[in-house]
Design a protein around this ligand. Structure first.
Ligand code: HEM
Length: 210
């Protein structure tokens, strides 16, 4: 779980930096060229299969782990731990993960499937025709505003999921070093906040400023 989780985080970092091209004031040209590259490049297509495998293994191992925990303690604790170290979110990683998964399915229906199958609005960039992904993103976030609300809420949950995911990944991988562990943990917290925040700025931008 830890390794696939960290792999998925590396995808999020790449996805976020590519999506920042939405902010270039060039009518979406850079973002459309980037989307075209991501959907046609052979290496990226192979990585996409790895990404799907990463998601599936992460979800499957989460399921196995939950079943094992249940089997180890068939009778639930009468009183659940409520100290600061064991927060509600850390005890409900399955719930936040499932909501992020529902978000992901909606997200793929919003963008991935139209892009690869069906969506046929094109834009001309220096004499070549490209799918106008920028307009699709702008239209979904602006006209179908309820998706923007959903994306923003999902990013709050993603942030908590990442925060507790990082914490338990470091524990599982046995990272214990007097000097470096606090730095790595700090970096984990920073990523957990900044990555979802970066994604959340996108619906906000199209909804209110574009
Ligand atoms: C809120 C801002 C986001 C925007 C504007 C956005 C935009 C897009 C677009 C346009 C695509 C389809 C184009 C393509 O296939 O290259 C896509 C695909 C995808 N997105 Fe997002 N995305 C956002 C957030 C997220 C988040 C938070 C996740 C994960 C939790 C995510 C996961 C994916 C995945 C797995 C794919 C399909 C794989 C891929 O094509 O790279 N996206 N996204």
């Amino acid at each position: 779980m830890s390794l696939t989780g960290l792999f998925l985080v590396s995808f999020l970092l790449v996805h976020l930096s590519g999506n920042f091209l939405l902010y270039r004031s060039d009518n979406g040209d850079a973002f459309n060229l980037y989307s075209h590259f991501m959907s046609t490049n052979g290496v990226i297509r192979v990585l996409e299969i790895g990404l799907l495998a990463g998601f599936l293994i992460h979800i499957f191992t989460a399921y196995i782990l939950t079943q094992r925990n249940k089997a180890a303690r068939p009778i639930q604790y009468a009183v659940s731990a409520s100290n600061a170290k064991v927060t509600w979110f850390s005890r409900n990683m399955g719930l936040s993960g499932s909501i992020v998964l529902v978000f992901l399915i909606i997200h793929l229906i919003n963008f991935y499937f139209p892009f690869h199958y069906g969506y046929d609005t094109y834009v001309d960039i220096e004499g070549t025709s490209y799918k106008d992904m920028y307009t699709l993103v702008a239209t979904v976030f602006k006209n179908e505003w309820w998706y923007s609300i959903l994306y923003i809420l999902a990013m709050v949950l993603l942030s908590f999921h990442l925060q507790h995911g990082f914490a338990s990944a470091f524990q599982t991988l046995g990272l214990e070093h007097k000097k470096y562990t606090p730095i790595i943990k700090g970096l984990g917290t920073l990523i957990s906040v900044l990555v979802p925040l970066g994604f959340a700025t996108m619906p906000v931008y199209f909804l209110f400023f574009n």
